[in-house]
Design a protein around this ligand. Structure first.
Ligand SMILES: [Zn+2]
Length: 310
């Protein structure tokens, strides 16, 4: 989202205080004039440039005087656009004014579009399941925040994603990679999990796109014992989640989970919405996002699983 943001102390920033003249109204006049120009710069993603036409639109007949006062105070300096047109470049100082840059906004839009593109997300979720490709912890695509928030990470920043460059990541690894130029060294990519961990949310997500898989963890990351499809111990265990206890959780009768007794999961035939009918336990954070209502509709109340996540 493009925006212009004023610093907390913008009203007394040196450029503003330098604009004082014998007439006290002038400082407010110049301040307001410049800010009106700045908001248009932000909206049109001009990267701090204010073209001459904008100054006339905001200043009317007073434009030459206001532009000169703004320049004298240091609000902006004369510049030229890439096409050679005269303009002003606003002071780039977060204490006074912060404007998001075009590259930043467009990259954010690209990431958002990729994360909503089923041609990318379906094969990526099918391949990676519900575990982070960097740290291995389970993720929940119904959670927008927290250490288990499910996200997609672009491995090549600034480039539109492909299936090969988009991976499932937990929120902390995703934001950690964004903050470090040596992200690939700090967060090496793990191999594709075999077999992948799937929650009922992802099972349903894939089923709607014609891909049938079976749930093997709960929305809290607890392993289900899929005796029919996975050998014991073959599911990679999340390193930080409570689910690392090799405890089999009975999805229907929670009392069996406490006793450690294993019950088979009721497996689904025929794919779609009935898969993993939500009996595995309460879903964390369902209800957010577009798929929330579908996920929520399948939920039934059940006691929290033993050793649930904090
Ligand atoms: Zn992670």
């Amino acid at each position: 989202v493009p925006f212009a943001r004023l610093g907390d102390t913008a009203a007394t920033h040196p450029v503003v205080m330098r604009g004082h003249t014998p007439d006290p109204r002038t400082v407010n006049e110049v301040f307001g004039f410049v800010l009106r120009c700045a908001t248009l710069s932000a909206a049109h993603l001009t990267d701090y440039l204010v073209d001459v036409g904008t100054t006339w639109m905001m200043g009317g007949s007073e434009t030459p005087r206001l532009c000169e006062l703004a320049e004298q105070a240091g609000y902006w300096a004369p510049a030229a656009t890439t096409s050679g047109h005269a303009c002003y470049r606003l002071l780039d100082d977060a204490d006074f004014l912060h404007i998001r840059l075009r590259d930043e906004v467009e990259w954010e839009r690209q990431q958002r579009n990729d994360s909503r593109n089923p041609a990318l997300t379906v094969p990526v979720r099918h391949r990676d399941g519900d575990s982070c490709r960097y740290c291995g912890r389970y993720v929940n695509f119904g959670a927008r925040q927290g250490e288990h928030a499910g996200t997609y990470d672009h491995r090549v920043p600034g480039q539109p994603a492909t299936v090969d460059t988009l991976v499932v990541s937990c929120g902390p690894c995703n934001s950690g990679r964004r903050d470090h130029p040596d992200a690939d060294e700090r967060y090496p990519l793990r191999p594709v999990p075999a077999p992948p961990l799937y929650t009922t949310r992802t099972v349903a997500f894939l089923a709607e796109r014609g891909i049938t898989v079976h749930p093997n963890i709960t929305s809290k990351g607890l392993r289900l014992d899929l005796q029919s499809s996975a050998a014991p111990g073959s599911v990679p265990r999340p390193p930080t989640a409570p689910a690392e206890q090799p405890q089999a959780l009975a999805p229907v009768d929670i009392a069996h989970a406490h006793s450690g007794e294993t019950l088979p999961v009721r497996s689904s035939r025929g794919g779609s919405g009935r898969v993993g009918s939500g009996r595995v336990g309460p879903s964390a954070g369902s209800g957010s996002g577009r798929r929330g209502s579908r996920g929520g509709r399948r939920q039934r109340q059940a006691p929290p699983p033993a050793g649930g996540s904090p």
